[in-house]
Design a protein around this ligand. Structure first.
Ligand SMILES: *Cc1c(COP(=O)(O)O)cnc(C)c1O
Length: 451
C-alpha cells in the first residue's frame, strides 16, 4: 500500500454478493414525497435509488464477518462470542469493564439513568441527537462547547471537531459541582463529521483529571478519527492506527459506542469504563433493560461479527480508500456548484444548504429543502442536519452519508450529477413549514409542507 502511486484509489475489495437498486420514475418520486410529508425517514427503502440517509448499520460486512457470524455462540451466559469481543475491545481500548448493548443509544440511556442526576450538566464538543435526548430525558442538562471554528463551514482547519478548552476551563473553575461528566464525540457528527485532535483529547483529559470529573468518549467513529490523527496531526504519522486508538481510549474513563458505524455491523454498541463504581450501576441497569452482561441485547453472532469488524475498521488501506472516496465526492459536488463543509469529514459530505439556498431562512429548513430536492431529482436519500434536527446547531446542512464498503465510484458520480441538477434549480426551490412534530428527536417523524 505504501508505494501506491496511482491517482485512482480503488475500492480495496471486490463484490461477491449483490443487491438490486430500485429505479423509479419522477412521477413516482413526486407522489412518494407527498405521501410521506416530505420527510425522507418515512420512505420505504424500495422507493430509494441511492440511500445516503445514514452510515449507521448500513455497511457491508466482510466474508470474515459473515464467517464469524455463522460461528456465533448463542449461550445465554458466558458466550464464547462475548469472550472474543471482550478480548478485541480490551486490546483496542484497555478498558476494564466492557458491556455490549444493542446500539449506541442504549449505552447513553444506561449512563443517563444511572450516573447523571437531574440538574447536573454534561459538557460535550457537540452532543449527538440521541445523546442529548437521553441526557435531557433523565433531567440532566446537555451543553455543547465546540471550538468557534466548528461553525465556519469554509475554513479548512484539520480538527474542527475539537472542544473549546477555554469554555471547559471556565466551567470547571466556576461550576465544578454542577458538572457530572465531560464527553468528546469523535468524530463530531453534528458539525460536519469533523475529527478531534489528539492534542485536544489530551488537554480535555488532563483538565478533567485535575478537576476530578469523569471523561468519556462517544466513540462511534473512533477509526475514522484515528485516521485523521494519523494523517493530519504532526507526530502521529509513524504511529499505527491501533496505537493511536489505544492512546485516546486510555486518556478517557470510558466510552459509549454505536458499533453500527466503525464496528461495521448492522446492530450493536458498547458501554465501557474503568470506573468500578459506575460499572456496578451500569451492570444492574444493563440486566434490567438490555439483557445479561455477556450479550447485552444482542445475539451471540452479532458479538462475533463485531469482534472482527472493529479490527477491519482500523485497516489503513480501507481507511485511506474511505477518506479519499469521501474527498472525491466533496470535490465533485463543489465542481458542480454545490457548497460543502470543508474539509470533508470521515463518513459523509455535508452540503451547506444555507449557502446554496440563501433565500430560504433557517426556520424554513433549507437543509430539508435540499434533501427533498435530491430525492425528487434522482431518488437520492439524505438527511437534514440543521434547524430541524439540531435547533442549536447554527448551520443549515444536508448530510449525504456514505455507507461503508457499499457504493462504488459510479454511484458517487451519479449522485454528483443529481446534485448538479438541484443546484441549477436552486433559486426556484421553496421552504418548508412543520405540519406535525413529536417532542423529542422530531426530525425522525415530523411531517412538512412546502410554503
Ligand atoms: C449513531 C450515533 C449515536 C447513537 O447510536 P445508535 O447506534 O444509533 O443508537 C451516538 N453518537 C454518535 C456520534 C453517533 O453517530
Amino acid at each position: 500500500m505504501e508505494d501506491w502511486d496511482f491517482k485512482t484509489i480503488i475500492e480495496p475489495f471486490r463484490i461477491k454478493m449483490v443487491e438490486d437498486i430500485p429505479i423509479l420514475t419522477r412521477a413516482q418520486r413526486e407522489a412518494n414525497l407527498d405521501r410521506v410529508g416530505h420527510n425522507l425517514f418515512r420512505l420505504q427503502s424500495s422507493e430509494v435509488t441511492i440511500d445516503m440517509l445514514t452510515d449507521s448499520g448500513t455497511g457491508a460486512m466482510s466474508g470474515n464477518q459473515w464467517g464469524a457470524l455463522a460461528n456465533g455462540d448463542e449461550s445465554y451466559a458466558g458466550s464464547r462470542s462475548f469472550a472474543q469481543l471482550h478480548q478485541v475491545v480490551r486490546r483496542l481500548t484497555g478498558y476494564q469493564h466492557i458491556f455490549p448493548v444493542h446500539q449506541g443509544r442504549a449505552a447513553e440511556r444506561i449512563m443517563a439513568r444511572t450516573v447523571l442526576p437531574p440538574g447536573k450538566v454534561v459538557l460535550n464538543n457537540t452532543h449527538f441527537d440521541t445523546t442529548r435526548a437521553n441526557i435531557e430525558q433523565a433531567g440532566a442538562i446537555a451543553e455543547d462547547i465546540p471550538v468557534a471554528l466548528a461553525h465556519d463551514p469554509a475554513t479548512t482547519d484539520a480538527f474542527k471537531g475539537d472542544m473549546d478548552l477555554d469554555a471547559l476551563e471556565l466551567a470547571l473553575a466556576t461550576r465544578r459541582d454542577e458538572i457530572a461528566l465531560v464527553m468528546l464525540t469523535m468524530t463530531n457528527n453534528a458539525v460536519g463529521g469533523q475529527p478531534v485532535s489528539m492534542a485536544n483529547i489530551e488537554a480535555v483529559s488532563a483538565r478533567c483529571r485535575a478537576a476530578g470529573v469523569p471523561f468519556f468518549l462517544d466513540a462511534a467513529r473512533f477509526a475514522e478519527n484515528a485516521w485523521f490523527i494519523h494523517t493530519r496531526e504532526p507526530g502521529y504519522a509513524d504511529w499505527s492506527l491501533h496505537q493511536i486508538a489505544r492512546r485516546f481510549f486510555e486518556l478517557s474513563d470510558g466510552c459509549t459506542m454505536s458499533a453500527k458505524k466503525d464496528g461495521i455491523v448492522h446492530i450493536g454498541g458498547l458501554l465501557c469504563t474503568n470506573k468500578d463504581d459506575w460499572a456496578d450501576l451500569f451492570r444492574n441497569e444493563l440486566i434490567l433493560g438490555e439483557g445479561f452482561i455477556t450479550y447485552g441485547g444482542l445475539a451471540g453472532r452479532d458479538l462475533a461479527a463485531l469482534a472482527v469488524g472493529l479490527d477491519e475498521a482500523l485497516d489503513p488501506g480501507y481507511l485511506r480508500y474511505r477518506s479519499r472516496s469521501i474527498a472525491y465526492f466533496a470535490e465533485g459536488l463543489e465542481s458542480v456548484g454545490v457548497p460543502v463543509v470543508r474539509p470533508p469529514g470521515g463518513h459523509a459530505v455535508f452540503v451547506n444548504a444555507g449557502a446554496l439556498l440563501p433565500h430560504i431562512p433557517p426556520e424554513q429548513f433549507p437543509g430539508q429543502v435540499f434533501a427533498a430536492a435530491m430525492y425528487l431529482e434522482g431518488g437520492v436519500r439524505s438527511v437534514e442536519v440543521g434547524s430541524l434536527m439540531f435547533p442549536e446547531a447554527g448551520l443549515e446542512l444536508c448530510r449525504l452519508a456514505v455507507p461503508r464498503r457499499v457504493y462504488t465510484q459510479s454511484h458517487v458520480d451519479y449522485v454528483i450529477e443529481v446534485a448538479a441538477r438541484v443546484a441549477a434549480k436552486a433559486a426556484s426551490l421553496r421552504g418548508y413549514q412543520i405540519v406535525e412534530a413529536p417532542p423529542f428527536l422530531r426530525h425522525f417523524l415530523a411531517t412538512l409542507a412546502p410554503l
